[in-house]
Design a protein around this ligand. Structure first.
Ligand SMILES: [Fe+2]
Length: 234
């Protein structure tokens, strides 16, 4: 198996977003955990368990209804149309790393924000996953025609990335592995929930004419969370 460079710290390669996506234009294979001796090398984990048991369309409408209030994410970096709002965190607009503000990302100052009042279905869905602790829970948008430039955040698999929608021609790519096989209107059996390994260089490019809305959950997963997400359904 080919070895792809994984970074322990933030890294930004010098490659234009278009070329990065052209070089990684195939759909990534679903990784078999047995192939990876070091579990930190797995490109992503995924869960289809909730594909048919959750009210995805109401959650999408809650996220879309707030669309004008989202805050530009990672201002000053070379992204376009990447925006966010916290429903749980230090405040609704503390969308960056908690570590910039408090020493521990699970600091007691995290709370359900004012925005969460307006996203009751999403809030209940997040609570139903029964995390031991939550840090940031964010609504994430990549506008039509927007992109997240290639970067590595450092580390390995962390947060849950949950597709409320994923337009055709809007691709989340991991270098060396390809396009993450997110649920979309043509692939409804694909996972709504993917946990990407953000130690690898990754990027999103939305070449569609629709905004893309995801939820990202940073939290400590309980045994129940693991069962809900990863226990095989018979
Ligand atoms: Fe990232």
């Amino acid at each position: 198996m080919k070895k792809v460079k994984r970074y322990d710290k933030e890294f930004v390669p010098n490659i234009p977003v278009d070329i990065f996506h052209k070089k990684n234009a195939k759909i990534a294979d679903f990784p078999s955990e047995t192939l990876y001796k070091n579990t930190r090398d797995i490109p992503f984990k995924f869960s289809c368990n909730l594909n048919n048991t959750v009210d995805w369309s109401t959650m999408l409408s809650e996220a879309m209804r707030l669309s004008h209030y989202y805050v530009e994410h990672r201002r000053g970096e070379s992204h376009k149309g990447w925006e966010s709002l916290c429903i749980h965190g230090l405040s609704s607009v503390h969308i960056g790393s908690n570590k910039d503000w408090v020493s521990d990302e699970y600091n007691d100052k995290n709370k359900w924000t004012d925005v969460s009042y307006w996203t009751p279905t999403i809030t209940e869905f997040v609570k139903s996953l029964q995390f031991t602790k939550l840090a940031r829970v964010r609504l994430m948008k990549v506008k039509a025609g927007g992109w997240i430039s290639p970067h590595a955040d450092g580390g390995a698999i962390g947060a849950l990335n949950i597709a409320l929608n994923n337009p055709i021609d809007c691709n989340f790519v991991i270098q060396g592995f390809g396009i993450l096989p997110f649920y979309n209107s043509q692939n409804k059996q694909n996972p709504r929930i993917i946990l990407p390994n953000i130690g690898y260089v990754h990027s999103v490019k939305n070449s569609s004419n629709q905004d893309r809305f995801h939820i990202i959950i940073h939290g400590k997963r309980s045994e129940t969370t693991e069962k809900i997400l990863f226990q095989r359904k018979e």
